[in-house]
Design a protein around this ligand. Sequence first.
Ligand code: ACO
Length: 509
Amino acid sequence: MDDIQAIKHKISTTEDDNFIQKRRKTMTEADKFLEHENELNKIQKIYKDLIPKVPESNEKCTITFQDGKKVDLPILLGTMGPPMIDIRNLYSKSGFFTFDPGFSNTGSCVSQITYIDGEKGELLYRGYKIQEVAEHCDFLECCYLLLYGELPSFEDKKKFEESVKDQMIVHEKLISFYKGFQSGAHPMAILVGVIGALSSFMYDGLDIEDPVQRELSAIKLVAKMPMIAAISFRTAMGLPIIYPRRDLTFTENFLYMMFADPMDKDWQVDELLADVLDKILILHADHEQNASTATVRIAGSSLANPFACIAAGIASLWGPMHGGANEAVLNMLDEIKVKENIPNTINLIKDKKFRLMGFGHRVYKNFDPRAGIMRTLCYRVLNHLGTDNDPFLELSVELEKYALEDKYFLDRKLYPNVDYYSGIVLKAIGIPNNMFTVIFALARSIGWITQWREMISEKSIKIGRPRQLFVGHKERNFIHIKDRKDNFKEVTSSSKNSKGKKGFTIYNP
Ligand code: ACO
C-alpha cells in the first residue's frame, strides 16, 4: 500500500465506516486534488484536530425561581473569553426558555477559529494577532492559517497557492447567468445570485459528510470569488471579461480582472495598491460569529449545499448595519459635503434620525483593531497616489474627532469600526462605491467556509432553531368569510383611484 492509500485507509478505518464509502462514490475530482500527499495530511489533521468540542464543566451556578425552585446549570470555560452558562437543559429542568434578541448574550457554538476581546480591542486568527498577520502574511497565507489552523511553511504556501490557482476560473456556463441581470443592478445583488447559482454547478456528487469534499468546496469558493466578483463589475460596465493569470498573485489577479484594459498589452497591476488591497482582505477574512457568519452556520445546520449557505451569508452581509456600512460611509460623507455641516449631522444622529455609519460594534467597546490598520493603509494609498488632501479623508478625520469628543458616543462606547476608513481606501484604489461590500464578501468567503466546515465537521450538528416569546392572539374562533368585517378600511379607501378605471393595468414586472 503506498503512502496516499495508507492515509486514506487510516482515515477510513479510524473513523466512521460510512465516511470513506460515501467519499469513494464521488471521488473523481477529489482524487485529482488528493494527488499531493500533503493535501491528505492536512485533511487528516482537520478531521482529527480541528473539530472543536464542548469542554467538560467543573463549575455550576444555581437559578432560584420565585416559587423557590432551584435549578443547577453547568458553567463552561473556554480557553479565553467570559465563562458561559450552559442552558441546553434549562427548559427540561425548569420549563423556562431564555430571551435574547440579536443573541447579544448567547453563545451558539464552540469554535477554534477567531477570537475577539471587545474590551481590549483584540482580534486573533487561530491565536495570532491581526496586526501581525496583516503585517507579515499575504491573504492566501491568512486563508491557509484559518483553514488549517497553522501558518504554512514556505513549501506548503506554494502548494496552497497552486491549488487555489487551479480553481480560479469559473465554468463558462456560470458566466451566462450575468446576462440575466438588469443593467445597473447592484453588484451585491449579482453576487448573491451567482454564488447561489454556483451550488447548481457543485451539487451532483458533493457529499458534505466527506472531509475531502468539504476541503475542495472551501478551496473552490475562495479561488473563484475574485473572478465572480470582477465579472459582476465588468458586465455591469459592459466591459469584456478578463481571465485570471497563473503568474499573478491572488489579489493581483483580482485587480487585473477588474481593471485590465484589453487594448493595452502592457497593462500592469500597481504593486503597492495590490499589497494594500491584500491587507484589506486579511482584515476582513474572519470575525467569529457576526451576522453573516451566523447566517451561514444556521443555513448550513440544515445540511444545505455550502455554496447556497454562502449566498445566504452574502445577503446578510449586504445590509448597512453590517458589511454594507463601507458603502454607506461614503454616501454619508457625500451628503455631509463640508466640515461646517458636521455639528448639525452629529445633532441629527443624537436625535436618532440616522446612525453614524462606520461607528459602533456589537463586540468592540474600546476600539476596533482593524480600524487603526485601515487608517494607516488609507494614508499609505493616498500618499502613493499623491492625493493626501483627499476631501473625503479630511472630512472623515474631522467627523471622527468630533464624534470621539461627544458624550453621546463616549457613553455608548461607539468608536470607528473597520468600515469607517475602508471605503476611502477602496475609492482611492479606484473601486466603485457599489463594489465595496463585494470586496468584503470576497475577503470573508474564507471565514464563512472555514466556519461552515468547522460546524459540519462536528460529530452531531444541531439545526439552528431559536425560540420566540409569543405576544400575538391566543387561540380564537374561526370567522367565515361572509361574517368578516373590513379591518383595514382606512387603508383600502385610499386606493380608490384605481376603482372605475377602464382597460387593462400593467404593473412593472
Ligand atoms: N450611530 C449612532 N448611534 C449608535 C450607533 C451609530 N453608529 N451605533 C449604536 N448607536 C447607539 C444606538 O442608537 C443605541 O443607543 P440607545 O442606547 O440610546 O438606544 C446604542 O448605541 C446601542 O446600539 P445597539 O444598536 O444596541 O448596538 P449593537 O451592538 O446592537 O449594534 C451596530 C452594533 C449594528 C454595528 C451599530 O453600532 C451600528 O448600527 N453601527 C453603524 C453601522 C455600521 O458601521 N456597521 C458596521 C459594523 S462592523 C461590520 O459589520 C463589519
